[in-house]
Ligand binder design. Structure first.
Ligand code: GDP
Ligand code: ZN
Length: 324
């Protein structure tokens, strides 16, 4: 606590909400302080990006205000961050202001799909996995609505991902299957739940904790209405500890800051093979001595993932061309 008459005392906390320059910071004792950024830091942080939800910060309390108020004195080093950038094609300058941190210090990203309704687009998953690999974020794949089919069907569809080490969680918000596992997975961590609308994210969260899904979808809706995500982002606390963040607009998961020729490094089963290709600039298409194609032929890695890599690379190269 702040002793009377002592100037600034720095207290560590976690940003759980950021709206238009106001940050809600939760302290170790669970209390909340609304903080602003001091002007000098705003300038300084214009380059590196302003504070975001998930950031751990040192704050000082401002005395004499009704509500607990404070100033963010320092953003502690980030372990990782999910950012989004404006589509490169629409912006000619590749300045740092393109990057906007959505959530910092994420413990895991849970990609939610549904077995049916809507059907899964695995190419989209591959694209998002590039982002989590690049940021070093643990990713979990959750297949919901298994009541609309069978567990073995769900497992078969996503087996490729289990084979390369992504944990697979099969759930049904309707029957409650897998919900306890999901709750255990969320406990004590900062999780990002990502997935197209309709896959059952809100239903799953409600199954974990009544009312939780509604809170998350309110944040999403506000964002869809045009409120900016960096100005309106929130970590929703879990009763059993931990937080859930929602990332609206997954299409915003641009392959920010990735060169087309380094893309293969973010496909975790392809990455270790690249050094064994005969040519250092191998695109793994039809070059002789390609270790990636050899691994596909030998049945060691999935052809669909390599296909996905090629498509992403083409798409990404086209974007880069149009940007310059
Ligand atoms: P969100 O957009 O990802 O948050 O998806 P919602 O939670 O709003 O769910 C979309 C629709 O799918 C709703 O009609 C839900 O009732 C339904 N739904 C959600 N989970 C399940 C499930 O496990 N099984 C079935 N059969 N339907 C589900
Ligand atoms: Zn190759």
């Amino acid at each position: 606590m702040l002793e009377p008459g002592r100037g600034r005392l720095s207290i560590e906390g976690l940003i759980v909400k950021a709206i238009s320059g106001f940050y809600t910071v939760v302290l170790a004792d669970g209390s909340e302080v609304i903080c602003r950024l001091p002007g000098r830091l705003k300038q300084e942080w214009q380059q590196s990006g302003l504070a975001a939800v998930g950031d751990r910060v040192n704050i000082s309390l401002i005395e004499g205000e009704d509500e607990a108020a404070g100033l963010v004195e320092e953003i502690l080093p980030r372990r990782n961050a999910l950012s989004r950038s404006r589509p490169v094609a629409h912006s000619r300058q590749l300045a740092s202001d393109q990057e906007q941190v959505l959530v910092a210090n994420i413990d895991q990203v849970i990609f939610v799909f549904s077995l049916r309704k809507p059907a899964t687009n695995l190419r989209k998953l591959d694209r998002m996995l590039v982002v989590t690999e690049k940021e070093g974020l643990p990713a979990v794949i959750c297949v919901n609505k298994i009541d609309l089919g069978s567990e073995s069907e769900a497992r078969a569809e996503f087996q490729v991902y289990a084979d390369i080490g992504y944990p697979l969680l099969l759930t049904s918000a309707r029957t409650g299957a897998g919900v306890a596992e999901l709750a255990a997975l969320l406990q004590g961590k900062i999780s990002v739940l990502a997935g197209s609308s309709g896959v059952g994210k809100s239903s799953l969260l409600n199954a974990v904790q009544p009312g939780l899904g509604l809170k998350i979808s309110q944040v999403s809706k506000a964002t869809e209405k045009g409120l900016h995500t960096t100005r309106f982002a929130e970590l929703i606390p879990l009763e059993r500890g931990g937080y859930v963040a929602d990332t609206p607009g997954i299409r915003g998961w641009a392959l920010y800051d990735i060169e087309p020729d380094e893309l293969d490094g973010y496909f975790r089963e392809i990455a270790p093979l690249v050094a064994h290709c005969q040519f250092s600039d191998c695109t793994h298409e039809h070059e002789p001595g390609c270790a990636v194609q050899a691994a596909v032929k030998a049945g060691k890695i999935a052809a669909e993932r390599v296909e996905s890599y090629h498509r992403l690379r083409e798409e990404h190269e086209a974007l880069m061309r149009s940007a310059y």
